[in-house]
Design a protein around this ligand. Sequence first.
Ligand SMILES: *Cc1c(COP(=O)(O)O)cnc(C)c1O
Length: 466
Amino acid sequence: MESNIKEDLILFNELIDVFLKDEQKNPVSNIVSTTELYEKLDFSLQEEPMILPDYKNHLKNLILNTPKSSSKLFFNQLFGGRQSKAVLGDLLAVFLNNSMATYKIAGAQVGVEKEIINKVCEIIGYGNKSGGTFPTGGSMSNFMSLIMARDKKDTSIKDKGINQKLIAYGSKNAHYSLEKNISFSGIGKDNIRYIDTNNKGEIIAKELERQLKKDIDLGYYPFYLNATAGTTVMCAFDKIKELSDICKEHNVWLHVDGAFGGAVIFSNRHKALIEGVSESDSFCFNAHKTLGAPLSTSVLVVKNKKNLYNSFSNKATYLYQTHNEEFNLGQTSFECGRRNNALKFWTMWKAIGTKGIEKIVDRQFELADFARKYVINNTNYQLYSFDDSLSVCFNYKDIDPKDLCTKLYENNKLMIGYGSFNDDTFLRLVTINNQVSKKDIKDFFDILESFVSDNMGELKKTEINN
Ligand SMILES: *Cc1c(COP(=O)(O)O)cnc(C)c1O
């Protein structure tokens, strides 16, 4: 079988047709356990080429045995759904195969990326010195913000290494990438201060202030606060305005990690959750989470673009041969060759408008409200989360949430995960897929309840600890 793109695109359509029909009929794929994996599927790579009908069958078998992350019964992760115009853009990006490093190789695609960055900066009120980039995901966005903060504190660190006691601050509920990033940066995990949170999981500003003063008195150099707009488990929003006042007073970089909840910037109804973001130094959100773009679509913006150049530009004569740094986007990115992750967001935004994006966000909050009300109005449920959150955290009939999630999965009923906050563990229903309906949410509860009633004997109960 030779390389023939036209034929392969026909094959692609054929495979997707099979996949979409199956997704309708079986929103949860039959799970393949790790022990059956190599019996059920043939992954072997052989010396000889394969003939087309066999090849096609192998591909069908593979995609039909892959978890269906875009179906209406997938609530397992902070991404879900499928915005078709974004998928279209991503398919085009694969086909075009530009690298975003220079204008010479990306050309018009540079305009696509810059327009999104400019628009996001405008929406959050970052002013005319702002800029940004499309890192590989939220973890990388957080990493880049940390490096900018480090280099802003002392530009000589880039050359000489770290000689001062730099201290970073984050919420107790900050995403785990903070911990990895601080180790990669050479600052070290022991130099993060995890600040206590209130009963929703928001940073207690007074605690931050107390810790900052203590560290300064001891001769340390506070340089970075990682605040969260939508914590990963409970979807709590730190009070950015209050935190930014404290950060400014102590010359600490404020990064707002909005990987999960940051898309509220698009919603007039919900943007108050992130009030004060215009005062932050950097901000990121994942359009692959809340907006239904394919993985990964992460936007990082920075109030003063100089910081991006300062930390990420480098000389490379084999790469930068034409145009200036304004259009050679590799001067502000971590990667060298970089995938075009902006196009899918642009094709979607262009098609549905900013108003369409607002609708997506509003819809997710409506679905969460619907689910939360169901939990509140039903005595067999206990709710752990709160209003204005896209995570609906609950337990049902004192059943052990870990056991319930696992058995729902093993029986091909639902894809849902559990989370913990303080001493509680619970199921976490995330209404991240705006294409599900209220009826689908109701179906979710029906499936869960009938599964429990059929399997009551085998399900573990939560241990009550007083
Ligand atoms: C998901 C998430 C991240 C990580 O984003 P990736 O794109 O998965 O690397 C960071 N922060 C928060 C709050 C998240 O929910």
